[in-house]
Design a protein around this ligand. Structure first.
Ligand code: ATP
Ligand code: SF4
Ligand code: MG
Length: 327
């Protein structure tokens, strides 16, 4: 069997919190992503998605567990070898301005990653950058412009071109369309899908929008308070969820039907997501779960394979009848 491109093995990432226990932003998470796959990660704000995404591309070092790239631990590398390795694992952020220097032209920004790697001559770097800009739909007339002269969608295209010039294997897209208008969101998602085929890319697609993630992903992991609570094929997670939290996320999606015609009840998640510095005992979702029983406060449910390739962490997964998406 071939080695997965990416593996997370029991990964823990925590942050110090003055006067209290460290925040376990990602708490013992395991999964693997095959080459050319699109792996979606979904969850509410604060569930640990970005912290996980950053760890996957070595921007956060796990406090325990391991990240493996092509079966090897990137943190075992040092200096130049580590930097050379990291080019293969890129991340794009929600804020289109995050990686763009406002004082650099678009062409210089797209050239920059190659320049940092010391690759090719200046003229060859510019040629590659222009070709990549063309490919993401930015004609030559944008080359001399500055970021403030571009729309959010155009800036996100610049970020995609920047990440692609170094020919990565994996791209983590962290809420890359969240700041864009709905019509532009579709354009950027379509572009990413085209580029995946063309460049043989593997994607980890992070979003709080289940609609977005389920359309672009092969498999989806659902995160709650630093834990993966459900993981499975996108269609199964979307249409036949196993975990009450996924059920609630699906139910919160906007429905095309007027309320009186809907066949399913909307499940409202009451209360804020608890603090990861002090998570509930037992099952972390129990304070908001409509099925919670006394046992849920005592025992943490095991994350187990309930159906082939479809995992969930809930004591009563075999007994619950859950709703599918709002209809
Ligand atoms: N650098 C940091 N220092 C301290 N705490 C942090 C840091 N980064 C993240 N956290 C905390 O870790 C938890 C997870 O944060 P993270 O940004 O990964 O969540 P998220 O799922 O990406 O949320 P969002 O949807 O809002 O982007 C939060 O409680 C956050 O406050
Ligand atoms: S273990 Fe209990 S609280 Fe947790 S999801 Fe299942 S029923 Fe809800
Ligand atoms: Mg985030």
């Amino acid at each position: 069997m071939s080695v997965p491109l990416l593996q997370a093995e029991d990964v823990l990432v925590q942050f110090p919190a003055p006067g209290q226990a460290p925040i376990r932003a990602v708490d013992r998470v395991s999964f693997s992503v095959a080459a050319n796959e699109t792996f979606g990660v979904i969850g509410e704000s604060g569930s640990g998605k970005s912290t996980l995404g950053r760890a996957l591309v070595c921007l956060n070092r796990p406090d325990a567990g391991r990240i493996l790239h092509d079966g090897a631990d990137p943190f075992a590398l040092t200096g130049r070898a580590f930097r050379a390795h990291r080019r293969n694992y890129q991340i794009i952020f929600q804020d289109p301005n995050a990686a763009l220097n406002p004082r650099m032209t678009i062409l210089d920004s797209v050239c920059e990653p190659l320049e940092i790697l010391g690759e090719a001559t200046a003229a060859a770097r510019r040629d590659r950058a222009r070709a990549m800009m063309d490919r993401v739909g930015l004609s030559g007339s944008y080359a001399g412009r500055y970021p403030h002269e571009l729309s959010g969608g155009q800036k996100q295209r610049v970020n995609i071109a920047r990440a692609l010039t170094v020919r990565p294997k994996l791209m983590v897209c962290d809420e890359v369309v969240a700041a864009l208008d709905v019509s532009i969101q579709a354009e950027v998602l379509n572009l990413l899908a085209e580029l995946q085929g063309e460049f043989g890319l593997t994607f980890v697609f992070i979003t709080h929008d289940l609609g977005v993630v389920s359309h672009v992903s092969d498999r989806i992991a659902v995160m709650y308070l630093g834990k993966i609570v459900e993981l499975g094929p996108a269609a199964r997670v979307r249409h036949a969820p196993l975990h009450p939290y996924t059920e609630a996320l699906l139910s919160a999606e906007p429905s095309a039907l007027p309320a009186a015609m809907r066949t399913r009840e909307r499940i409202v998640l009451h209360g804020e997501i608890p603090s990861p510095a002090d998570p509930p005992s037992g099952c972390r979702f129990r304070t908001r779960c409509r099925f919670a029983e006394p046992r849920c406060a005592v025992d943490a449910p095991a994350f187990r394979e309930v159906q082939p390739g479809h995992f969930a962490a809930c004591h009563f997964v075999d007994q619950l009848t859950l709703q599918g998406p709002a209809s």
